[in-house]
Write a protein that binds this ligand. Sequence first.
Ligand code: SF4
Length: 403
Amino acid sequence: MSYSPELLAPAGSLEKLKVAVLYGANAVYCGGQQFGLRTAAENFTNDELLEGVEFAHARNAQVFVVLNGFLHDKDLVSLPEFLYFLEEIHVDAVIVSDIGVVETVKEHTSLPIHLSTQASCLNVESAKLWEKMGVKRVILGREASIADGALIKKHTDLEVELFIHGSMCMAYSGNCVISNYTQGRDSNRGGCAHSCRFEYELENENSKQKAYFMSSKDLNGLEHLELFLGSKIDSLKIEGRMKGHLYAATVAKSYSRAIREWKETGSVSRATLEKSLNELNKISHRLYTDTNLIESSKEDSIFDEREQVEGKYVTVGFVEESVPGKHLVIDVKKAFDKGDTLELIPFVSDEVSFKAKNIFTLNLKEEIERTNPGSLVKIPYSENANRFSLIRRKTLEGSEVNQ
Ligand code: SF4
């Protein structure tokens, strides 16, 4: 079968699912109200899951639902009902860590099973066992290299999914009890408090020293994209269900641009890599590293200075409607002022800078100086723009991480 790499993006909410798909993701992963590991994310209701699947399938993208918590027997009781629902709405796969959940999925449905990174599959023997147990795909632990992924592909019939971008976990892919200890919260049941990001005091006989010695830099594997693709890694995974719309759009667009070029020409040009890296540098991130993709990460992957690189842009809204030659209707997410320079982010082509020379209320009855989040406004704009395109504004004030 011919190789067609999948770009898999996080969908922390229904809106972010749409953003990721429109900006080039071939698949998205999201969580329902239960059974996952992201209790704080805006997890999907059943209605949102249905809408998300319909939206993605209409655009040839797939939806995977995360069920990667480690469950107690009492938690398993209500799982079959949710699984029936997922099968009924044609979810494309479920992402599972717990062997008990694997068995429950097999017993009650024909849903394809992807083994979560949480299960820390790193080697061929482990992968073979999971294959025997009915798993279709392994999402390798973030400790795995591209070469590890290629080896597993060679010795099994499994699909291999490997992280290419996003935050890292210093523990073996979340098998971590630091949050239990520091906050009474269980990472393995959705309660990670990011305790590895805190500053700790190290003490020995002679000295005390404060340090962020457990926090990892963020993964950025763009420079190794050709190796991912040459190794026929099936799915290139982006981390970040907790991150904002601008992150979802920027990362999906940056990687899909490069993958598209590879599909068309068999390689990725330096110019394309630079363009994508430039965009990835505009979103909030810790310093980047390629961690374990080539060789095991070393001291230089520790992010010990708290030097979060703040995003250079904020999302001010989405295009709700475009009337070429006349105006855009913008669904405002963050206030902007008359005279501000904005940038439209098309799904594929380059960003377009323009000035909000005038801002009008929706009925054009009133011209306003400043927009309000949550409102719809009209601004003059001559070109066409796709519905749901993001509009961003340069900021001096910093982060959009939680937008
Ligand atoms: S506290 Fe840090 S190392 Fe532990 S699970 Fe959370 S992100 Fe991973």
